[in-house]
Write a new protein. Structure first.
Length: 419
């Protein structure tokens, strides 16, 4: 990351320098946001475009939600596709199919505001600010703004290609500003204190890895927490409790992915997690050859909601505490392995994620998460998904062909016993 940070720092300083002298060198930096937009779109010089783009992004950041909606609607009306020009170019291409005519179609077939976003992205902190902009657009929940949401997502899928991302280990020596963000972004098992965070990062049998983008070096995109164990744990408490017996990482033979958190709401719709888990598993395997199993200890967030709709009696019994383990497990196995969705995909969102990555449902654990959140989501139930690195890609392809849930011998035996 140091190389990228130094490179981006150099670019940022240059952009700031140009911005400082922008009004003298390049003309007026309009306070009127519509005029500032026109300036970005009409300028051909790379340096002047950078200055004007940086200024426009600052204006956009300062807009209230009401004024942001107004500005985006202005863009949709004034920088949309020129349909007459597009139709003309299509007709020309149909008569003469050459490279130039094809390029004309490509250039006129997308809204001009897409090019605006590309230019804004080139400014200092432009990428980060556009991610924040998409988050704001989504929060406005205005159907008229959905094209901007979709357009930014398409751009982000290029700009945040996994090949551009940098994998970094997060530990107790990581700068405090990033550690603070790990606390804030943790979405699965809340981090309640610095002591809590230290217990997850400082011991050598606890690991954390994050993806960073070179243009956003101080803000993780996604991170995963890993427990190195001598056997598969049956509860999350045994993993995240502060006071416990630490083991030597070299003695571990099981890697448990117990929490994975997306950090940027503005990047929803881009899947980083599948690449992250596989990269981390391969990295750990190289460093610790005795690790022979990689599993998750995963929440089952949709179970109780599903029970309420599809097995109300069992749901009521879970609430009042009279449900037997056998009855509960039977419904849980059905929920995890038999889809009731119209698209045929697994019911549970966490299950869809791991199965889509090529993992298999390996085991189910009763009373594994007794936290308030865990009881509300799944009555304390958690699942292990197994990542077998030798067949994970094959399983991935099979899942998207068949939508079927790959299960272990233990789950098959459990299903047969409960049927």
């Amino acid at each position: 990351m140091n190389f990228f940070q130094n490179m981006i720092s150099s670019i940022t300083k240059r952009a700031q320098k140009f911005n400082t002298f922008g009004s003298k060198t390049f003309g007026t930096l309009h306070k009127d946001i519509n005029k500032a937009t026109e300036l970005v779109m009409s300028t051909s010089g790379e340096v002047s475009t950078l200055v004007y783009a940086d200024h426009l992004l600052n204006l956009i950041e300062d807009l209230s939600n009401e004024k942001l909606e107004k500005f985006l609607i202005f863009l949709s009306k004034n920088y949309d596709i020129d349909t007459n020009n597009l139709i003309k170019n299509v007709e020309i291409y149909s008569l003469d199919k050459n490279e130039r005519n094809l390029k004309n179609i490509s250039e006129t077939s997308e809204p001009k505001w897409i090019e605006l976003f590309r230019r804004l992205n080139a400014s200092s902190n432009g990428t980060s600010k556009l991610v924040t902009l998409r988050e704001r657009i989504r929060s406005l929940n205005n159907p008229e703004l959905k094209p901007f949401d979709a357009g930014l997502l398409r751009l982000f899928k290029y700009w945040f290609n996994p090949s551009f991302l940098v994998l970094e280990k997060i530990d107790w020596t990581t700068p405090a500003n990033i550690l603070e963000k790990i606390i804030a972004y943790e979405a699965v098992h809340e981090i309640n204190s610095w002591d809590d965070l230290r217990a997850r990062l400082a011991p050598n049998d606890r690991q954390c890895f994050a993806f960073f983008h070179p243009l956003i070096p101080d803000d993780p995109l996604i991170f995963v927490e890993v427990a190195l164990c001598e056997e598969v744990p049956e509860s999350i408490e045994s993993i995240i409790k502060i006071e416990r017996n630490e083991i030597n990482a070299e003695n571990a033979n099981v890697g448990i992915f117990y929490s994975i958190s997306n950090c940027q709401n503005g990047l929803l719709g881009i899947s980083f997690g599948n690449f992250l888990i596989k990269r981390v598993a391969k990295k750990l395997k190289q460093e610790l050859p005795d690790l022979n199993q990689f599993l998750t200890l995963s929440p089952i967030p949709g179970l109780m909601t599903w029970l309420e709709k599809n097995a109300p009696l069992t749901h009521e019994q879970c609430i009042d505490g009279s449900c037997t383990d056998e009855d509960f497990l039977k419904q849980a196995v059905t929920y995890l392995t038999e889809s009731t969705r119209e698209d045929g995909l697994p019911n549970d969102p966490v299950g869809r994620f791991h199965l889509g990555n090529g993992a298999i449902l390996d085991r189910i654990n009763l009373n594994a998460d007794k936290s308030t959140k865990g009881m509300m989501q799944s009555n304390g139930l958690m699942a292990n998904y197994l990542y077998d690195l030798e067949v994970v890609e094959e399983n991935h392809e099979l899942f998207f062909k068949t939508k079927s849930v790959q299960i272990s011998k233990d789950i098959k035996s459990l299903k047969n016993r409960l049927s």
